[in-house]
Write a protein of this length. Structure first.
Length: 125
């Protein structure tokens, strides 16, 4: 599947599939939290992500994205800690998700479901 920005329909992810084996998630600082090419949807027992029902994917699976124009959302010591709200926009400037990529955490992006539309990869050129 591919995630599209809900507002402008630009693709914001490469082709990804659901991660069924949560043992493949890495909690190591500086590592990819989710293997490349996969996503999972947060549930109540996920400690690192505060909102249930969000898409979580590898940062390397995002496309057509950029950092937020509001500098107050781009905090962190080495990269982005994601503690100040949505910090990632689609290429057209619509808020899509929160990048977590600082040195003291695993790296990922989490995306609220109302910010994206889901399509099968065969439906996108």
């Amino acid at each position: 599947m591919i995630l599209l920005c809900a507002r402008c329909q630009i693709p914001i992810s490469s082709d990804i599939r659901e991660l069924r084996d949560r043992n493949l998630i890495s909690n190591e600082d500086g590592s990819d939290f989710v293997p490349r090419g996969y996503y999972f949807i947060t549930r109540a027992d996920d400690d690192m992500i505060s909102s249930q029902g969000e898409f979580v994917l590898n940062l390397k699976d995002t496309i057509n994205t950029k950092h937020h124009s509001d500098q107050s959302r781009l905090n962190g010591c080495c990269a982005l800690d994601g503690l100040d709200g949505i910090n990632t926009l689609c290429a057209n400037g619509h808020e899509i998700g929160t990048e977590c990529s600082d040195c003291w955490m695993p790296h990922y992006i989490h995306i609220p479901p109302n910010h994206v539309d889901v399509v099968e990869s065969t439906n996108v050129a």
